[in-house]
Design a protein around this ligand. Structure first.
Ligand code: NAD
Ligand code: TYD
Length: 355
């Protein structure tokens, strides 16, 4: 079996569901169930015996060591993190605690477990660290896309904490020989994404008749990848990646934020028109920019294509349509996550922004 951390979050849940659809190998899913973790994301599994859910924190070293000793997984796939840049600006401490200290504790537990495995099991063991392209910082419009050798220059507490975790993972390979793999992926979108991130926030706000808050001039560029393509890349890296290597994962799909929002509005106009017949784009509102806002991310995903044969299966047009349809088909999921705590966050992040 494999141990997954953060498997009740957006990408982790998609990974768990995809894994169990592709294989019979069981998963232990360790998740703290922060605001971003949601057991409903996994409800389609029912009581599937291949899925063991453990409510716990990656900072809890005895808990993790106990899980490793008990279940003897052949791999750890590490998704658990605080993942939202805007929240990291309001409260960076949780990011340091989970992304840096938590990753360190997980590495320590994995090292202790791996060192005592029989030789063949130790040789086959993998620790796969799921990271982000944001560690590389911001690109100028004419700069080449990030490759695996791009210098690290993180700009937000989120990206700095992920960069620190990447360095720890690397160091555990260099210093102790732990067979680690790191993936640095671009912005994901798809089912189960919490509506604090751009795409689900715009869909949820549009349907609720609320403003669609575009930060600054809306010309910041992100490289978007459908979440199932990311999960397929992780499965491939786990299967065939070389220990100690990092792999950049991206969709070859750079788009300015404003274009994303207009695309979503057009899809909603088609699939769920406003009752007054007006276009959703009328709800677009410019708001004050995010401090330190990175202008552009772009991933050069040639290494993973060349060495592991992975390429995205979805285009942006197919992936974004599936995503909008998923949110339209799941109003109960949306209403469940729009809790009081979510409303407090919206007030904090958007309430004080100047229009
Ligand atoms: P998410 O915020 O949706 O989910 C994070 C999950 O981790 C939640 O289920 C949460 O409960 C859990 N968690 C948080 N702190 C924990 C702790 N201390 N112990 C145990 N569980 C804890 O995040 P996501 O978007 O699914 O991202 C998953 C990973 O992928 C993160 O490491 C993130 O940095 C990385 N990543 C995300 C994107 C993206 O676009 N979302 C892109 C590239 C990389
Ligand atoms: P986000 O989904 O938070 O991902 P990240 O900051 O990790 O790239 O934001 C994606 C882009 O959308 C980013 O440039 C910020 C912008 N954005 C808005 O313009 N308005 C919003 O309300 C949000 C949440 C994001």
């Amino acid at each position: 079996m494999i141990l997954v951390t953060g498997g009740a979050g957006f990408i982790g849940a998609n990974f768990v569901l995809g894994w169990l659809a592709h294989s019979d190998e069981a998963i232990i899913n360790l998740d703290k169930l922060t605001y971003a973790g949601n057991r409903e994301n996994l409800c389609s599994l029912g009581n599937d015996p291949r899925h063991v859910f453990v409510h716990g924190d990656i900072n809890d070293l005895p808990l993790i060591s106990g899980l490793l000793a008990r279940y003897q997984p052949r791999a750890v796939v590490h998704f658990a993190a605080e993942s939202h840049v805007d929240r990291s600006l309001h409260g960076p401490e949780d990011f340091v605690q989970t992304n840096i200290v938590g990753t360190f504790r997980l590495l320590e537990a994995a090292r202790g477990y791996w060192q005592h495995l029989p030789a063949e099991a130790a040789r086959r063991f993998r620790f796969l660290h799921v990271s982000t392209d944001e560690v590389y910082g911001s690109l100028a419009p004419d700069e080449a896309a990030f490759d695996e050798n791009h210098r690290y220059r993180p700009n937000s507490p989120y990206s700095a904490s992920k960069a620190a975790s990447d360095h720890l993972v690397r160091a555990y390979h260099q210093s102790y020989g732990l067979p680690v793999l790191t993936s640095n992926c671009s912005n994901n979108y798809g089912p189960y994404q919490f509506p604090e991130k751009l795409i689900p926030l715009m869909i949820v706000n549009a349907l609720a008749g609320k403003p669609l808050p575009v930060y600054g001039d809306g010309r910041q560029i992100r490289d978007w990848l459908y979440v199932e393509d990311h999960c397929a890349a992780i499965r491939r890296i786990l299967e065939a990646g070389d220990p100690g290597e990092t792999y950049n994962v991206g969709g070859w799909n750079e788009k300015p934020n404003l274009e994303i929002v207009h695309t979503l509005c057009a899809l909603l106009d088609e699939l769920c028109p406003r009752s007054d017949g007006k276009p959703y784009s009328e709800q677009i509102t410019r708001v004050a920019d995010r401090p330190g806002h990175d202008r552009r991310y772009a991933i050069d995903a040639r290494k993973i294509a060349r060495q592991l044969g992975w390429r995205p299966a979805e285009t942006f047009a197919t992936g974004i349509r599936k995503t909008v349809l998923w949110y339209l088909d799941n109003p109960d999921w949306i209403s469940d996550v729009l809790s009081g705590a979510y409303r407090d966050w919206v007030d904090k992040n958007y309430g004080e922004r100047d229009r």
